[in-house]
Design a protein around this ligand. Structure first.
Ligand code: FES
Length: 101
């Protein structure tokens, strides 16, 4: 199978039982998914975008994680945030403005 170079995980706040209970989806993480998908395509990034359950960093949500780089981003609540993070990914760098240290 072809494996993507990057795996972009976007918290959709799902908990056991399937209900979204948490911060990220209330702050628009799920609404950003189509934009993230579009940007990945437009930029030609070899990345798979997935929504996830709660990543246990609710206080900093919405959360986005990128593997294999192990970048953890918080407050990803706008297209501008996504742009900054993907710009940095293209440059092979961490995006300090949203980086969870
Ligand atoms: S709901 Fe996203 S980290 Fe908990």
């Amino acid at each position: 199978m072809d494996k993507p170079t990057h795996h972009i995980l976007v918290c959709a706040s799902f908990r056991v039982g399937g209900d979204p209970k948490g911060v990220c989806h209330k702050k628009g993480s799920v609404d950003l998914l189509p934009y993230i998908e579009e940007e990945v395509l437009d930029r030609g990034l070899d990345a798979l975008v997935c929504s996830t359950g709660c990543m246990k960093q609710c206080d900093s949500g919405p959360i986005m994680v990128i593997y294999p780089e192990n970048y953890w981003y918080g407050n990803v609540d706008s297209q501008e945030a996504v742009d900054a993070i993907l710009d940095a990914l293209e440059d092979g760098e961490v995006c300090e403005d949203y980086n969870l240290a």
